[in-house]
Design a protein around this ligand. Structure first.
Ligand code: SF4
Length: 210
């Protein structure tokens, strides 16, 4: 009988230790909850490669909700302009103001409070919880959905895939597992040309072409 821990989770974690993107600045272990939230909002509909170049000066300039809430929108726009989504400057200011008003400047640690913040959806809320609290859940974006759908041979909507992803997430290493799924989907199980012939989980994969 197939064991998803040994057949999927463990090989992905092992792959990630060797090949994962360990140099992404928002994955540094001393990042604050607000810096993590900033990264997650910047990463919405934007590649990690693009955000990596803009993140350090952005997080250094706005280390707290108070600093971004007090900044002129035009100044924030200038810093996010290289990412191509200028509208996000206003989102971030409003989100920071809500954190100040509703939670005394602390990033909420409850899912229900996170998804109420402006610009924070299901994926962002889950990713913040994983990285800030270590909660043993997963966050499913388009790439993670593709990976899990292919590997398990299921065609399901994102909500059902999210249930599957939560069941797979290790209770003590959910952050590592999340990074592993994201990086693996970006590097190996890509949208256009999955590298099935060299994939470490090709044998149990329901969609292997290798
Ligand atoms: S075998 Fe191919 S389809 Fe399956 S997980 Fe690996 S890269 Fe993706």
């Amino acid at each position: 009988m197939f064991d998803p821990q040994r057949g999927f989770v463990d090989p992905l974690l092992a792959w990630h230790e060797r090949h994962g993107r360990h140099d992404l600045p928002w994955r540094e272990p001393d990042r604050t909850p607000f810096e993590i939230l900033l990264a997650e909002v910047l990463l919405q509909r934007t590649t990690a490669e693009a955000v990596a170049g803009a993140y350090r000066p952005f997080a250094a300039r706005y280390p707290t909700p108070g600093t971004i809430a007090a900044a002129p929108t035009e100044e924030i726009e200038a810093l996010v302009a290289p990412l191509g989504l200028v509208k996000r400057a206003a989102y971030l200011r409003r989100c920071a103001s809500e954190i100040l008003a509703w939670n005394s400047g602390d990033v909420p640690r409850e899912h229900s409070e996170l998804v109420n913040l402006h610009g924070v959806g299901e994926y962002t809320a889950r990713s913040v919880l994983i990285h800030v609290t270590g909660l043993g859940i997963a966050a499913v974006d388009t790439n993670v959905k593709r990976l899990l759908s292919r590997f398990f041979g299921v065609t399901a909507d994102r909500d059902r895939i999210a249930v599957l992803a939560d069941a797979l997430a290790p209770s003590t290493r959910s952050g590592d597992f999340q990074h592993a799924m994201l990086d693996f989907a970006a590097e190996v199980c890509t949208a256009g040309s999955p590298a099935c012939s060299s994939c470490p989980v090709r044998e149990p994969c329901a969609s292997s072409e290798g």
